[in-house]
Design a protein around this ligand. Structure first.
Ligand SMILES: C[S@@+](CC[C@H](N)C(=O)[O-])C[C@H]1O[C@@H](n2cnc3c(N)ncnc32)[C@H](O)[C@@H]1O
Length: 308
């Protein structure tokens, strides 16, 4: 985990977002349980969740998209180790430009590629196939940040960078998705994440206190620790939303233009008319002698509509 050249990168993290092992396991199980045929992870990093879900759904095809080639390489190595490299692809691409939809869309900690959380959810909803799901993870304000709070966080942090949990869920509903599960992490999950993020630097500094890069690495670690412990800790939460998109409605069942009654509402009238036509045709048929062996109009019953 430590090298003489410098600290490792994400060497102590299983995945690059705040999440406890039990929560991660449950997300993997829930994603796998609806047996998606296609999986897309935008801003996947090394795609730990993507790989774990693909591993549990035989035959599922998965694509992880990220802009960081080093992380994508770690993802490819993981997929090869798990024996799923033939159906799990890691692609260097701008997530916000991806257009191919999937049954399961994942985007965790990468909403900034689209803008704000609500903007990301709206864009990602377009990529979820009917009947599919979006697993979305993003930071949310645990409480409204004061100017003093903001000043202690990363440079240029603004109140507009994130929304509250209820506002994020409302944005998902507005985007046409329904919340199947809403969860927000405990403080200990944030603390574990930040500790493991900093562990690359801290373990390296422990082993290389007089290295020529030690001062620079120590300064970066101290700054990050201050943004966490004096800055976002207790102010910024992190939420995971499992969002469902309704199955596709048959053409006859869709709402009419402007949200008015669709064909479903017209169905009784359509049935009445069909029955009238049927009776009229029966009268005509009974007046006409059919040649032997030629099937006539059914003697009984109203013709059933294919859509019933
Ligand atoms: C906080 S990490 C989360 C990684 C992963 N989803 C996870 O939970 O382990 C955010 C990821 O988004 C990627 N990213 C940021 N902007 C991106 C963009 N415009 N297109 C694709 N990936 C992007 C980063 O390279 C990084 O791997």
């Amino acid at each position: 985990m430590t090298s003489h050249d410098g600290p490792s990168r994400y060497g102590h993290l299983d995945c690059n977002s705040p999440i406890a092992a039990w929560r991660f396991d449950r997300q993997v199980a829930e994603c796998a349980s609806f047996a998606p045929e296609t999986i897309l992870d935008i801003g996947c990093g090394w795609g730990e969740l993507l790989q774990r879900v693909a591993e549990r759904v035989p035959g599922a095809r998965a694509v992880g998209v990220d802009s960081d080639v080093e992380l994508l390489e770690r993802g490819r190595a993981g997929a090869a180790r798990r024996g799923i490299a033939d159906r799990v692809e890691f692609v260097e691409y701008r997530g916000e430009a991806w257009t191919e939809p999937a049954d399961l869309v994942v985007c965790i900690g990468a909403a900034h590629a689209f803008g704000t959380g609500p903007e990301a959810v709206a864009a990602l909803a377009e990529l979820v196939k009917p009947g599919g799901r979006l697993l979305f993870g993003d930071a949310v304000w645990a409480r409204e940040p004061s100017e003093a709070d903001l000043a202690r966080m990363w440079p240029e942090t603004s109140a507009a960078d994130w929304v509250s949990l209820p506002d994020l869920v409302d944005a998902a509903v507005e985007a046409g998705l329904r919340p199947l599960r809403v969860e927000s992490v405990e403080q200990s999950e944030w603390d574990d994440f930040e500790s493991e993020f900093l562990a690359d630097k801290e373990f390296w500094l422990q082993a290389n206190p007089r290295h020529e890069r030690a001062a620079e690495v120590r300064e970066a670690a101290d700054a990050h620790r201050a943004w966490w412990l004096r800055g976002h800790r207790g102010v910024l939460g992190f939420a995971y939303l499992t969002l469902g998109r309704a199955v596709a409605l048959a053409v006859w069942a869709r709402p009419g233009p402007g949200g008015g009654p669709g064909l479903r509402r017209l169905l009784p009238r359509v049935r009445q008319r069909a029955a009238r036509t049927h009776r009229a045709m029966k009268r005509t048929c009974s007046a006409v002698r059919m040649p032997r062996g030629v099937a006539g109009f059914p003697a009984r019953g109203t013709p059933r509509l294919a859509a019933e």
